[in-house]
Design a protein around this ligand. Structure first.
Ligand SMILES: [Zn+2]
Length: 67
């Protein structure tokens, strides 16, 4: 497990957890969660909750999940 907060790949600031989004993964048909991460510059990232070691992916639906 990595320690400390993840860093925004775009601006290098610390990311804050933004909750989980339940969704179907096209790749393997599994219903699973994505953990959201956001920085102060409002860059939004997510990562599969069952693959915490995988790279952060840019979240395309910024307005959907962030107030
Ligand atoms: Zn950022």
């Amino acid at each position: 497990m990595p320690t400390g907060e993840p860093i925004c790949p775009t601006c290098g600031q610390a990311l804050t957890g933004g909750g989980l989004v339940l969704m179907d993964r096209e790749e393997d048909g599994k219903r699973t969660c994505r953990a959201l991460w956001k920085c102060e510059e409002r860059h939004l990232w997510w990562v599969w909750a069952d693959r915490p070691a995988s790279a952060l992916d840019p979240c395309p639906d910024t307005e959907l999940f962030v107030d």
